[in-house]
Design a protein. Structure first.
Length: 193
């Protein structure tokens, strides 16, 4: 039996009421070496371990999150999933473990590979470094007041991360609500061309 499962079973057996026992940061690092759980409490780390052992990582690792956080695994998605779980666990009133597992499973199952679409991040007006590794593609309706409120935070994001992120703006006119949105998008396309 793999060492991870033996450690996990020992941790669960240590709790008399069936809930996971506390887990020190040092112990957590031995069990999940790629997970940074230092800011969690011992109880939160134990909860994280329980969830990670029951939650499947849908990206490159194709195993449980706990397996994807082992030392020799290079799946970067497991680290992003770790941050999501930490955010859920550290809420002011965190959901029950089973509810967190259900939320995460539903969230990731909503992105099946067959429904994914490649976005062209070159055919758009953009700000930021053209060689940035992260490209945020924004779809906006030029007559929408909510979209107008998003402009400054998006521009601030690019300014705060110089050379690291580029913003690609695309138009998405909602003509039923905004009758001038289509002509605005056409004018923007003409100006870009």
């Amino acid at each position: 039996m793999p060492i991870f499962f033996l450690l996990f079973a020992a941790l669960l057996a240590a709790a008399p009421d069936g809930s996971p026992a506390d887990l020190t940061n040092e112990r957590a690092q031995q069990i999940l070496p790629r997970a940074d759980l230092g800011l969690l409490t011992d109880g939160q780390r134990a909860q994280f371990l329980e969830i990670a052992g029951d939650t499947f990582d849908y990206a490159g690792c194709d195993d449980t999150l706990a397996r994807c956080l082992q030392a020799k695994v290079t799946d970067t998605h497991a680290l992003r999933m770790t941050e999501l779980l930490k955010a859920l666990i550290t809420q002011k009133q965190p959901p029950l473990t089973s509810a967190i597992i259900d939320m995460v499973e539903r969230y990731y199952s909503s992105f099946p590979a067959k429904k994914r679409a490649h976005l062209d991040d070159q055919d758009c007006g953009s700000i930021g470094d053209a060689n940035a590794k992260v490209v945020v593609v924004e779809f906006s309706d030029y007559q929408c007041p909510h979209c107008a409120h998003a402009v400054k935070p998006l521009q601030d994001m690019v300014a705060a991360l110089p050379g690291k992120v580029r913003l690609c703006s695309k138009y998405f006119p909602i003509t039923t609500a905004h009758p001038r949105a289509m002509i605005s998008a056409q004018v923007a396309e003409y100006a870009n061309g």
